[in-house]
Write a protein that binds this ligand. Structure first.
Ligand SMILES: [Zn+2]
Ligand SMILES: [Zn+2]
Length: 148
């Protein structure tokens, strides 16, 4: 769960010339409260009952504002759907290429590997996006007939 102050969201919307509406704030709260890297469609499905007039376009545009501000990153998946990640800390996204599930992991060696890598490169990274594509346990089991 990532906490962004509502006042920061309001000033971002104003700064971009957008009206501050309950819908736009709900979109922001929804994406920051989820750790499953939701897509535009998944956010739409969760909000459409409470906000029947909400549109995919509003959700997409609001997420783009958050992305431009550096609050979110886009994580591509193997089937081309775009998913949004509010976790800006150093971590690896494990992306299942079958079901599209994305899980955040922080391997114990990651911080050390990261500092070796960036000092070898001689750079100060501003952000990072590390995706590892694999088949998750649930999907790996499909089609295996247990020996009885
Ligand atoms: Zn899977
Ligand atoms: Zn992530």
């Amino acid at each position: 769960m990532i906490w962004i102050k509502t006042s920061d969201l309001i000033s971002l919307l104003r700064e971009k010339g957008k009206k501050v509406t309950p819908q736009r704030l709900a979109i922001c709260q929804e994406v920051f409260s989820r750790d499953d890297h939701p897509s535009v469609e998944q956010i739409y499905l969760n909000l459409k009952n409470k906000y029947p007039t909400i549109s995919l376009a509003t959700i997409y545009k609001t997420l783009q504002l958050l992305k431009e501000k550096g609050y979110l990153q886009e994580v591509g998946t193997s089937n081309g759907s775009v998913r949004y990640d509010p976790n800006r800390n150093l971590h690896v996204n494990l992306v299942c290429t079958k079901c599209g599930e994305i899980t955040d992991v922080i391997p114990k060696t990651l911080p050390q590997m990261w500092s070796v890598l960036t000092s070898d490169l001689g750079i100060e990274p501003q952000s990072q996006l590390l995706n590892i594509y694999y088949t998750c346990k649930k999907c790996g089991k499909i089609g295996i007939i247990p020996n009885v």
